[in-house]
Design a protein around this ligand. Structure first.
Ligand code: ADP
Ligand code: ADP
Length: 224
């Protein structure tokens, strides 16, 4: 089944004369293992869409399904749980915890979920090896390059084997060569873990390498 499904999602801000319709019936299906680029100009509604897909914001109408489960009927506690277990986030800046090593940062989501330390460490090591950071597990974020920090953040985002990975310009502050390397590692990890990735990017070189490209036009999602 679909990892993520948005069905006729609408989102409006304000009301009356100042009412702003950002999403006007946005529909999208992402399959496991798929990497999809979201490319659209500033103000088009990319963040709004990512927040709704990530259960950080609610649509005014329409439905959001994560791994087949409709999110609209969940309680706040269930939404938080769903987000924690089934959705991974990566941002332009990594937000790694500075006082912890790469390994500990990747273990964190699993420990919060209640996994025991040994299991969490084993999975974190595996993910970091996958991101070609096997030699960096004991390093703190400040001891890693920008590209390495982002690869740790990506490993952390998929640590709980989520259905969906939502990335907001994950290579936005990296040089082109590093961006490509980080993107290739992300793609390999997404395919291996059957996560569906939705990646906001302005990097057309990377977008051209993804499975599909979508944009927002008049508040609806269209393939480009
Ligand atoms: P993008 O990420 O594509 O730049 P956003 O989703 O951030 O677009 O914003 C789309 C539009 O919605 C913008 O015009 C923005 O000013 C407006 N907007 C976003 N969030 C809010 C909000 N909480 N209240 C009012 N307007 C908002
Ligand atoms: P930096 O940000 O310092 O360039 P990266 O995070 O991009 O570092 O890379 C970290 C490690 O990955 C380094 O050992 C680097 O040599 C290697 N690396 C970077 N880009 C590539 C690439 N395109 N192909 C193979 N190895 C790479």
């Amino acid at each position: 089944g679909a990892a993520l499904r948005l069905e006729k999602v609408e989102r409006h801000y304000g009301d009356g004369e100042s009412r702003l319709s950002i999403l006007t019936g946005a529909s999208l299906v992402l399959s496991p293992g798929e990497v999809v680029a979201l490319v659209a100009p500033s103000g088009a509604g990319k963040s709004t869409l990512l927040h709704i897909a990530g259960l950080l914001d609610k649509p005014d109408s329409g439905e959001v399904y994560i791994g087949g489960r409709e999110a609209g009927s969940l309680t706040d506690a269930e939404r938080t749980e769903m987000r924690r277990l089934h959705i991974g986030f990566v941002y332009q800046f990594h937000h790694l915890l500075p006082e912890f090593t790469a390994l500990e940062n990747v273990m964190m989501p699993q420990l919060i979920r209640g996994l025991d330390r040994k299991e969490a460490a084993a999975r974190a090591e595996q993910l970091l090896a996958y991101m070609r950071l096997g030699e960096r597990v004991k390093h703190r974020p400040s001891e890693l390059s920008g590209g390495e920090q982002q690869r740790v953040a990506i490993a952390r985002a998929v640590a709980n084997a989520p259905h969906v990975l939502l990335a907001d310009e994950p290579t936005g502050n990296l040089d082109p060569k590093t961006s490509r390397y980080v993107f290739e590692a992300l793609t390999a990890l997404v395919r291996a873990s059957d996560v569906a990735a939705l990646i906001v990017t302005h990097n057309m070189d990377l977008a051209s390498k993804m499975d599909r490209r979508i944009t927002l036009s008049g508040g609806k999602i269209v393939e480009v």
